[in-house]
Design a protein around this ligand. Structure first.
Ligand code: AMP
Length: 279
């Protein structure tokens, strides 16, 4: 039976019992509004660990835009039903006051890999992510933590902070799960109007085409410029970035000689979508 816990104290009691029995604990941090992408992480955690905690917390600290926070979908009852069906042991769903009690004053800042792309467009976002993820690791004492490659930069930020702060957790990155038409699954997709939903898969299609051209030896700058133009033609109103970066450090990449990643953020309707693929 899955338990829904809302306080750190209850969570710690539960985890202490598991650890005393020598159980390996996995955690899947989420903001809820769960879809198949999240469930793929849950299944990986189930395969890799004896006990699985899924956290659902819409973290105010990582929203640079109050409207985005207000509009973020919240579907706890449906989430709980899905997680129970997957055989999750604990759904940890604390309120904001449990995570950020009065007097809270600390922040985890990861420089370097947090700076470009999302870091530049969403000031404070990765500080919010790094802080809450560090707290979730402390709260859950998990041995392994599962994150999606959908948020590639976030995955690199989390790997960096775990290494830098000697947190005894193994970070596992899982493949991006897509709709049949290629659109990366995202909790924000429910906010797409029908036309935008129909146009949105173009982002992935165009990234794939660009990756193929780059692998074929095409020059980077013209391929990226062409891809940006195509994304706009496809119905996106704004392309925040569409760039080739080194896979781990996310430094600008001028060739595909080293492991590289194409990453993009673009707005369609009033929804900002991100996606990335290996090159
Ligand atoms: P979120 O609820 O958006 O904060 O996402 C929680 C976790 O699920 C993060 O590690 C995301 O990278 C991951 N995730 C979100 N969408 C997908 C997807 N389409 N495929 C794989 N993982 C995903």
């Amino acid at each position: 039976m899955m338990q829904i816990l809302r306080t750190v104290a209850e969570l710690r009691t539960r985890v202490r019992g598991w650890k005393a029995d020598g159980r390996q604990v996995g955690v899947v941090p989420t903001m809820g509004a769960l879809h198949e992408g999240h469930l793929s992480l849950v299944r990986a955690a189930k395969r890799g660990c004896d006990r699985v905690i899924v956290t659902v917390f819409v973290n105010p600290a990582q929203f640079n835009n109050p409207e985005d926070l207000a509009k973020y979908p919240r579907t706890e009852a449906a989430d709980a039903a899905l997680l129970a069906e997957e055989g999750v042991d604990v759904l940890f769903a604390p309120g904001p006051d449990e995570v950020y009690p009065a007097g809270f004053a600390s922040q985890v800042i990861v420089s370097g890999v947090s700076a470009p792309l999302e870091g530049e467009r969403r000031p404070g976002h990765f500080e919010g992510v790094a802080t809450v993820v560090t707290k979730l690791f402390g709260m859950t004492q998990a041995d392994r933590a599962y994150f999606g490659q959908k948020d590639w930069q976030q995955l690199q930020v989390v790997k960096r902070l775990v290494a830098d702060l000697n947190i005894p957790v193994e970070v596992v990155g899982c493949e991006t799960i897509r709709e049949p038409d290629g659109l990366a699954m995202s909790s924000r997709n429910v906010r797409l109007d029908p036309l935008s939903r129909a146009q949105a898969p173009a982002l992935h299609r165009i990234l794939q085409k660009a990756a193929q051209a780059l692998r074929g030896g095409a020059e980077v700058a013209p391929v990226l410029a062409q891809a940006v133009a195509e994304v706009k033609q496809a119905g996106f109103s704004e392309v925040d970035y569409l760039e080739l970066r080194t896979a781990a450090m996310l430094e600008p990449a001028t060739s595909v000689a080293q492991p590289a990643r194409l990453l993009a953020a673009a707005t369609i309707g009033d929804v900002r979508l991100i996606d990335n693929i290996p090159v």
